[in-house]
Design a protein around this ligand. Sequence first.
Ligand SMILES: *Cc1c(COP(=O)(O)O)cnc(C)c1O
Length: 390
Amino acid sequence: MNFENNSQNVEVYDNIDITRIIAEKIQQRKKSAPFYVCDLGEIFKKYLLWTSSLPRIKPFYAVKANCSPNVLKTLADLGVNFDCASTNEIHKVLSFGVHSSRIIYAHTVKAPESIQYANEVDVKLMTFDNAEELQKMKKLCPNVRATLRIKSDAKKALVKYGSKFGCDVETEAATLIHLARALDVDLVGVSFHVGSECEDLEAFDKAIKLAHTVFQLAKLQGYSFSILDIGGGFPGNNNELFKKIARQINDALDYYFPNESVQVIAEPGCFFVNSSSILACNVLSKKFGVNSKWIYYINDGLFGSFNRDYFFNVPITVYPLKKYPKSEVYSSTIFGVTCASDDKLCSDVSLPVLEIGDWLLFDNKGAYCLSSCTSFNGFCAPDVCYIIDL
Ligand SMILES: *Cc1c(COP(=O)(O)O)cnc(C)c1O
């Protein structure tokens, strides 16, 4: 892999414990600002897991999960394709020399200028879920290759999309296909997203079955679909669950789409990047609370790297970098760095009595953390130290 034209440095380590690397970084950096350590080797391992578990499915990485140049470059060089949702994301991916045919513009709501831009740079594969969007796409990108996004939410997932995206298969799909026919749109397939960090083993089977009915509906109107896009939703830090889900998907594909002429693609975001990154934060202040609890104030928070955790109630796991005796832990509260009083990470976490200047580590922070940091109160997104730990 060639990172030469990249402003972001990558250091290679030979199987060194990650906490040792973090300690070394702290020494070098000589400052208390929070930072990430992102192991690009972990992304490579995820790629191998994907290809061995889902050999028939071409991944289009969802750029919104983590759009750092090093991450995009790593995935591009591995031959992974991309799911973009905006002009900027498309521009960024193309700037790495990725061919436009490797991009799906997978947002069902697109600004007219963005469709024009996609048309100009030859990104033709796009999703839609309503008549207005389809008309807009046909007008501004006459050779669009459209996939119809259908609704099929998992029973259990961290984030569900059905209330915002996807048409209802029973009541809307046939009409939309009919409109596509009338507008002479090159309708090529079906997309769905069962929900992020899906924990429902049957969700993909159900959605693939539903997609199959849409393929049949399209056939009745003279379309021969060639693309099935099974979206994202794959767990980012539970490889055993991922393998179970992969088996379900493979079985469903064998049953409903045995014909290999249907190209199956997916849009994993979290899966590729979540386990790649650890966040290190510094304890800036502390006090003993009224209810005899230690309260710590750290230098990142809900308006920064913990934005998504707060939105979706992701439980926070944290541990100190320094070795403390395991027996002496107390229920503690951690507040984030801004002046907002609700910038609180957790209120009942077991920690030893920390000292000012101690470092706290948070695992599995590679997806939707850096990409959703705001600069509220003047606190900016943390730096990232890129490594490959062989
Ligand atoms: C966010 C998103 C994804 C990625 O979802 P993950 O759950 O992170 O895999 C894929 N496709 C679309 C359309 C999305 O909005």
